[in-house]
Design a protein around this ligand. Structure first.
Ligand code: PLP
Length: 354
């Protein structure tokens, strides 16, 4: 793939690495490529980060034909920059796009574009402990027309944002509202895709949770409102009587890269991992009888996010006295150790940016 490079006249000022937050600052450059019916992907370019002008009838603004991804570039103690399993994001985006009738962006081009964008602005990858460069690839319909149909043109864009430590004050367990009114996904829907529409419809649950003093929503399955699926924008795992439970990938749950990686590590450590339907009643019962030992969300942004309390209807349970569990902590240390290059990459997950 030939990538045209358009240099910025003035580099942007870099933010203070100690106060980055999440997704607040953007870097000097973005990657852009266009797709038109009959012409496929063309005009790959890395250009100065800037607004994208759109016709008011651009289809994505009306019918939400949009997908995205999220991954990070990590700076090691030696100053090297590396990615974590970027091919998994590329493959997942192809699956998302298939569901939304959008063109596939080939895996090798995806990884090359991410690498090249990070390489040309390597100085934007922060070096403070636990900071990283968040990478956001996304694609959307650019055709302008008000008819509902598969668009004839698309843009694939990658933007990057230096992000701070997710846990600047140490890992604190969160309070979770089990949502029994709104649903996130159903079989045959778009639950397994990272498409913008999924998140638009999840905000109502999030707002409700916050009103009730909770940080996140635990989503139940959309048909029976009975089986545990995901927490906020993370997959969720439970340790019950020594075994691990997480929802199976059957179309309603997002196939997280973190989920997959932690399952590998857990199995390697000899844990039994049950990818199975766990009912909320069984989960609350395990919470009350003391067999629910640990609970944690998993995702690229937080890696693991321990659950301290579950609120379901008139019932609530506290998990592990509102403290991070031993296994949760060990998983966090292991995965972040691999990502930041402190531990050996024995699974072959690291892709260096040269
Ligand atoms: C992105 C996301 C996840 C986590 O995926 P990772 O690849 O681990 O970051 C889980 N659930 C939802 C709904 C998501 O959007």
């Amino acid at each position: 793939m030939e990538i045209r490079f358009e240099k910025r006249e003035q580099p942007l000022e870099k933010p203070d690495q100690k106060h980055l937050g999440f997704g607040k600052y953007f870097t000097d450059y973005m990657f852009v490529m266009d797709w038109d019916l009959g012409q496929e992907w063309h005009d790959a370019r890395i250009v100065p980060y800037a607004p994208i002008a759109m016709d008011p009838a651009t289809m994505v603004l009306h019918y939400a034909q949009e997908t995205f991804e999220g991954l990070k570039a990590y700076r090691t103690a030696e100053g090297k920059v590396q990615l974590f399993r970027p091919e998994m994001n590329a493959r997942r985006m192809i699956k998302s796009n298939e569901r939304l009738c959008m063109p596939a962006f080939p895996e090798d081009m995806f990884v090359e574009a991410v690498k090249e964008l990070v390489r040309v602005q390597e100085d934007w990858v922060p070096s403070e402990p636990d900071t990283s460069l968040y990478i956001r690839p996304f694609m959307f319909a650019t055709e302008y027309s008000l008819g509902v149909h598969m668009a004839k043109s698309y843009k694939f864009v990658i933007i990057t944002s230096p992000v701070g430590a997710y846990y600047p004050e140490g890992i604190d367990p969160v309070k979770i509202l089990v949502e029994d009114e709104y649903v996130r996904a159903v079989q045959g829907g778009t639950g397994f895709t990272k498409c913008g529409g999924n998140y638009a419809s999840s905000i109502a649950g999030q707002v409700k949770a916050e009103k009730m003093g909770c940080t996140q929503v635990l989503w139940l399955d959309g048909v029976h409102r009975k089986y545990v699926e995901e927490v906020g924008t993370m997959n969720i795992m439970f340790k019950i009587a020594g075994e691990i439970y997480t929802a199976p990938l059957e179309g309603t749950v997002l196939p997280g890269v973190t989920r997959d990686s932690l399952i590998h590590i857990l199995k390697d450590w000899g844990y039994k991992v049950n990818e199975t339907h766990l009912s909320i009643d069984d989960l609350m019962k395990a919470g009350h009888d003391g067999t629910l030992e640990e609970a944690f969300g998993t995702g690229t942004a937080a890696v693991v996010s321990p659950v301290g309390e579950l609120v379901y209807k008139d019932d609530k349970v506290t998990v592990n006295d509102f403290k991070i569990g031993e296994l949760t902590q060990k998983l966090y240390d292991t995965l972040t150790g691999i990502q930041w290059g402190r531990l050996e990459d024995k699974y072959g997950w690291i892709v260096p940016v040269e």
